[in-house]
Design a protein around this ligand. Structure first.
Ligand code: ADP
Ligand code: ZN
Ligand code: ZN
Length: 733
């Protein structure tokens, strides 16, 4: 019998990130369990707060004053003991609070009192007795009988004049019966059947290997169009036969209607779809359906990893290299890592899939930690598209100053005449701007960090956002002495304008952050392009991924340089990935595809390897740079970001933090401190932003103290300064 409980209270204040002991009252002794939400009195005023049970004790506990739990909030626990294990791991690994970790496991909106939506159905009970065979009872009885039962809601909406008291009387005598029905708030759209395919040899091989191996982690490295989705579906089917559950994760931006169409079209409506555009109510219902075991397959974005499955067989992570698998708010988890932890908790396998695996994952394959399955060919013998690299420096020499090379311009004309579709791609988020020589392609980089300098409009200076070094913009290129040194500024909108000018007859769609903010806008653009209502689709990385349009025969990459020169150690990896992925959109049908990549750096290895579809050579080159420059997977990067409205206070504080940490590291030479310096985006709204980067073996066991110190720093910084800590962040903006 438990007499005390350890409780995490629902208060975000970081100093309260610890377990408080409460007494379990007599009436709850048989009911309390780990993961229950409860009401507790808290603080001097005994304010009523929600809390979560994370410990149960059957012995006396030491704490000066022990208060009593008031009540339980729900009829079921919100997380299990296994989940609690994960919660504690995550807290330690991602340097965040219990509460932040708990929140990703529990259904959304629960603090706001979101519950199941219920409707009361009234239907006919026993026959009306003589005594009641009169008004108003008689007509109520007839009405309900004729309608085969009615929801109480309909009484009001349809203006039936029925008094609740007569109704209750009739229920009391059993002439009418009532029942509460849970209404599920989820999409009931019917999808066209997506027929099961016979696997080809390579696909079958992959499935067999995964099913028969006693390993738990797999990477399917398959070229675009190699039929990975079909492999996933066969595995899900296998799990269903064994009555096991499967979780299919796709990046938020690829949670296109397409993947849903395919899965729903194959497995019917009993598959749960979870993404950020669902309402809280809809997400709550999906959570409950999974918890009740009504759903055997879920497909969703990152956060779906926390759905309360109990009998997981497979976790499938499609496009595993995608940045959106890492959360950028606390807990700043990486979904691959959570998946791996789940595999060790459950008898479960994790399958990563990608045409362009992340360097980290491939490195682990090489070390034998992940089983590698390679698929070299597209399904049905469809050829990989031909990739042509266009040197934009030569365009300049030939007096072409437009953003389109002659080759791309001509190819667009050709496809428009043939009524084939075109995708134009520009990776541009609008904030990172590098400076380069347009004559020879030289890009200004920081020598210490091998990272492109970022141009700052306001100060007219170049800055390295890893180490903070600042320099003036040279008037002349140090390599070819040309004066054509310029910063790069180009966006999707500009591309759209130009295309409209050059091809006024073409139908154009644009897909980027700005045009897809509304709930269904992504679907609309997707469907219009799919139905051939447009000739040209212009977009950012959103158009690069996953889409399968049969009539696209030309893909143009407007400026590969934008991604090569991102101020990020992953810039080359991102470039390889983007060119491969976007190329994968071309020639998926019977007609062959062509890709034109425009760049000022045609000899760059990430572009060359992507053009020849040679991941292995790219990986070789990249992994040796990572090793030489000391970047992940060889070290960890810990980003400490501080922001405040008060710039002076911020700078003073982050400098103190820097000095404090530096003194500490002297004893531990395995960790280097970079900065403090302003972030790449040095001000957001009113907030000034600065950062410190720690580089080294921060996640290893012997660095536990380092992590603890950093975490405790959080509790000692001024109130008007916000601190965020990110272990191995995706980018350092
Ligand atoms: P990937 O995810 O590897 O890029 P997809 O799963 O989108 O590839 O598959 C590409 C196309 O091939 C899809 O249209 C799919 O329906 C089709 N396909 C996949 N496997 C088979 C198969 N065994 N037989 C016939 N068509 C298949
Ligand atoms: Zn030059
Ligand atoms: Zn630097």
């Amino acid at each position: 019998m438990y007499i005390y409980a350890g409780v995490i209270v629902n208060n975000n204040f970081i100093k309260l990130d610890k377990i408080f002991t409460y007494k379990v009252p007599e009436k709850l002794k048989n009911r309390v369990e780990i993961g229950f939400r409860i009401k507790v009195p808290f603080g001097k005023g005994n304010k009523k707060l929600d809390g979560f049970i994370v410990r149960l004790y059957d012995k006396e506990q030491e704490q000066i004053e022990i208060k009593e739990i008031i009540d339980i909030c729900d009829d079921f626990s919100l997380f299990t003991k296994k989940d609690l294990e994960l919660i504690e791991n995550m807290r330690e690994k991602y340097l965040c609070t219990y509460l932040e970790c708990i929140k990703v496991f529990i259904p959304p909106g629960i603090f706001k009192g979101i519950k199941n939506k219920k409707k009361t159905l009234i239907f006919i009970g026993r026959k009306l007795e003589e005594k009641f065979n009169k008004e108003p009872y008689k007509s109520i009885y007839e009405l309900i009988k004729n309608n085969n039962g009615l929801y109480t809601k309909n009484f009001i909406s349809k203006n039936y004049n029925i008094s609740m008291s007569s109704l209750n009387t009739m229920i009391k005598y059993g002439f009418l019966l009532s029942d509460e029905k849970i209404i599920n708030r989820y999409n009931t759209v019917q999808y066209e059947n997506y027929s099961r395919k016979r696997l080809n040899k390579e696909q079958q091989n992959a499935v067999d290997k995964i099913i028969n191996s006693n390993k738990k982690l797999f990477l399917i490295h398959g070229v675009t169009g190699s039929g990975k989705t079909e492999i996933y579906m066969h595995i899900v089917e296998k799990a269903l036969k064994e009555n096991k559950e499967s979780l299919v994760l796709v990046p938020e931006i690829v949670l296109t209607p397409q993947m849903v169409e395919r899965f729903k079209g194959r497995f019917g409506k009993d598959i749960s779809v979870v993404h950020s555009k669902l309402s809280e109510g809809e997400r709550y219902d999906e959570w409950v359906r999974v918890k009740q075991g009504k759903v055997k397959v879920a497909i969703g974005a990152r956060s779906a990893i926390f759905l309360p499955f109990k009998n997981l067989g497979f976790i499938i992570i499609d496009e595993e290299h995608e940045g959106s698998y890492k959360s950028d708010s606390n807990p700043k988890y990486n979904v691959r890592e959570i998946g791996e932890m789940k595999c060790s908790q459950y008898d479960c396998k994790m399958i990563l899939g990608s045409a362009t695996p992340s360097v980290e994952t491939y490195y682990r394959c090489k070390r034998g930690e992940i089983e590698l399955i390679t698929i070299e060919n597209r399904v049905n013998g469809i050829k990989m598209p031909e990739v042509e690299i266009v040197d934009m420096r030569e365009e300049l020499l030939n007096n072409n100053k437009s953003m389109f090379s002659r080759a791309l311009y001509e190819a667009i004309c050709d496809r428009l005449i043939k009524k084939e579709q075109i995708i134009l791609f520009l990776n541009r988020r609008g904030y990172s701007t590098f400076v380069s020589c347009r004559k020879c392609g030289y890009v200004f980089k920081c020598n210490n960090c091998d990272i492109s300098f970022t141009y700052h409009y306001d100060k007219k200076k170049l800055m390295c956002h890893y180490c903070g070094s600042v320099t003036d913009i040279p008037k002349m290129c140090p390599k070819c002495f040309s004066k054509y040194v310029k910063y790069f500024g180009l966006g999707t909108e500009k591309v759209e304008q130009e295309i409209k000018k050059l091809f006024p007859e073409a139908n154009i769609l644009r897909m980027d952050f700005d045009t897809t903010r509304n709930k269904n806008s992504y679907e609309n653009i997707y469907n219009r392009f799919k139905n051939k209502q447009a000739d040209i689709l212009i977009g950012t990385q959103m158009v690069a991924k996953g889409l399968d349009f049969k009539d696209v025969t030309l893909v143009g990459v407007i400026a590969a340089d934008v991604s090569i020169n991102l101020p990020d150690f992953r810039a080359a990896e991102r470039t390889y990935e983007l060119i491969t992925q976007v190329s994968g959109r071309a020639g998926r049908g019977e007609k062959s595809g062509k890709v034109i990549v425009q760049t000022y750096n045609p000899e760059n290895y990430s572009i060359r390897c992507a053009a020849s579809n040679d991941y292995k050579s790219f990986y070789q080159e990249e992994i040796s740079i990572r090793q030489n420059m000391e970047y992940p997977p060889f070290v960890d990067l810990l980003l400490i970001n501080m922001s405040s409205k008060n710039e002076n206070l911020l700078i003073k504080n982050i400098q103190n933090v820097g000095i404090f940490l530096k003194n500490m590291w002297e004893k531990n030479d395995k960790i280097t401190l970079l900065g403090p310096c302003p972030c790449q985006i040095s001000k957001i709204k009113e907030l000034y932003r600065w950062q410190i980067i720690l580089k080294g073996q921060i996640r290893r066991d012997d660095a536990k103290n380092v992590r603890k110190t950093v975490y405790h720093l959080l509790k000692h910084v001024y109130n008007d300064i916000r601190v965020s800590i990110d272990m191995n962040p995706n980018n350092m903006l």
